[in-house]
Design a protein around this ligand. Structure first.
Ligand code: SAH
Ligand code: SF4
Length: 454
């Protein structure tokens, strides 16, 4: 970002405060400290909110309805920095994955900050942004790549909301701005397709404003849905995720409907009802097994919160109705949980709960102890579910060539970049020239739907 603290501010112990994600009370207190009169506070808060979350301002200089004098004071005190983009990959199917570096927290001894991943999945009728809530995850589900990552910390409110802000920058998706207006290099996205692009050190420059989202006419929003299905267990970072989603759903901030925000949980039972009451978004449950013996292995938190307890919390989810159903996710693991008997048991288990079922073909990752079920097996499983009245239960795999699919997110980039440094640049990575990692390793198409097979 162009604006940083002045030397005297930093020396006085006032590094700039990240504005993205800052709560209204904390912001108001800072504005008072900057000399903003009480009677102006409401107006200033509204102005700043609009600049940050509706217009996507990347500098205070843009904020032309705020006096020059106050803008200068804001520059010294606040930062509009986004998470830094380490790389952006675009799949052949249009899915985009960003590897983001966060600011180092605490006493970092000069070490770089941790990394997270954010994924954008464009579809005909929607654009879904999949965001992370933690660096890594403590829960160690045995089929999930994120669970193998050693470093774990909670993301701050700003780091969670910052993923949405950054994706809007890159997709040119600011409702308060015409496409192509302001920000980075206009229409830079065309050249990004199928490539890996390194960002500038300070983050968002090179913002792809312009018609970069295939098939989406100008005026139509690129991001229509938010899912908390990236790295981490969102209910173990409850307050920050809740406050971030409050900004995501505030009509005067990012403005998403709560019905278009979905939190996915492995089943932190005591937090489920509280999430419904305090955040009220849609809910997805990572079920993956129909009996406790198997679920204990696949989703070890099941030992503490077994299936019956989990389903009871679901039945009591605030606002649950046929119009607001819970999605049950079920990863298809070959020979493990994919028999017709298990499909029938799944239907029985969910009887009486307004539910959708989502069968997720297992997304393989290097060293994974499972294989994806054969496509025929998934279809047979899906048909049983279908006959029980659940529509289109099979989720099409997206972004596999760039390891952007569910459960594949793990920032192994430190190792990757060390290798790249030896080569000169990152142009050998999966995604470049449309060649995926799976093909590079000669992996067979496995459980791709027939239509996707080469
Ligand atoms: N921690 C939360 C949200 C993140 S995981 C949760 O577990 O629900 C998002 C979804 O991806 C979950 O349903 C998870 O079970 C699923 N998932 C994890 N690893 C996967 C993999 N390798 N293939 C397919 N789905 C996976
Ligand atoms: Fe964590 Fe979810 Fe992965 Fe389980 S599936 S390890 S809860 S991110």
């Amino acid at each position: 970002m162009g604006e940083t603290a002045t030397r005297s501010e930093v020396q006085a112990g006032h590094p700039p405060i990240p504005l993205i994600g800052l709560g209204a009370d904390a912001l108001a207190a800072e504005l008072v400290r900057l000399g903003v009169p009480e009677r102006q506070l409401g107006m200033r808060l509204r102005q700043l909110k609009r600049w940050v979350y509706v217009r996507g301002a990347t500098s205070f200089a843009e904020m032309t309805d705020i006096s020059k004098d106050l803008r200068e004071r804001l520059v010294g005190r606040f930062s509009l920095a986004r998470p830094q983009i380490v790389s952006e990959q675009i799949s052949r199917d249009g899915t985009r994955k960003w590897l983001l570096r966060l600011a180092p927290g605490g006493s970092c001894n000069g070490a770089p900050g941790p990394e997270i991943e954010t994924v954008y999945i464009p579809e005909e009728d929607r654009g879904t942004l999949c965001i992370s809530s933690q660096v890594g995850c403590t829960l160690n589900c045995t089929f999930c790549h994120t669970g193998t990552q050693p470093l774990v910390r909670n993301l701050s409110v700003g780091e969670i909301v910052g993923q949405i802000v950054l994706a809007r920058d890159r997709l040119g998706d600011w409702p308060g701005r015409a496409r192509g207006e302001g920000g980075g290099e206009a229409a830079g996205g065309q050249g990004l397709r199928g490539s890996v692009r390194e960002s500038t050190p300070d983050g968002v420059r090179g913002g792809a404003r312009g018609p970069t989202v295939p098939g989406r006419p100008a005026g139509e929003r690129a991001i229509t849905n938010i899912v908390l299905m990236g790295m981490g267990e969102p209910l173990l970072n409850f307050e920050n995720v809740r406050d971030a989603m409050a900004l995501a759903c505030d009509p005067d901030a990012l403005g998403y409907s709560r019905r278009r925000v979905t939190l996915s949980t492995s089943g932190i039972v005591p937090m489920i009802g509280r999430w419904g009451a305090e955040a009220g978004t849609m809910l997805a449950i990572s079920l993956h097994a129909v009996d406790d013996d198997l679920r204990n292995v696949l989703v070890p938190i099941n030992r503490r919160y077994p299936i019956a307890m989990l389903l009871e919390a679901c039945r009591n989810y605030p606002g649950l109705s046929n119009a607001k159903r819970i999605t049950f996710e079920y990863v298809m693991l070959k020979g493990v949980n994919d028999s017709p008997a298990e499909a029938r048991a799944l239907v029985r288990l969910l009887a009486g709960i307004p539910a959708k079922i989502n069968l997720i073909p297992f997304n393989p990752w290097p060293g994974a102890p499972y294989e994806c079920s054969d496509w025929e097996t998934i279809e047979r499983f899906g048909e049983i579910i279908n006959r029980a009245g659940y529509a289109s239960p099979i989720r099409r795999p997206r972004g596999r060539d760039i390891m952007a699919a569910c459960g594949q997110l793990k920032s192994a980039s430190r190792k990757l970049r060390a290798r790249e440094r030896g080569r000169g640049h990152g142009d050998e990575r999966a995604g470049e020239r449309g060649l995926g990692r799976d093909q590079k390793r000669g992996r067979k198409p496995g459980c791709e739907p027939k239509a996707n097979r080469a």
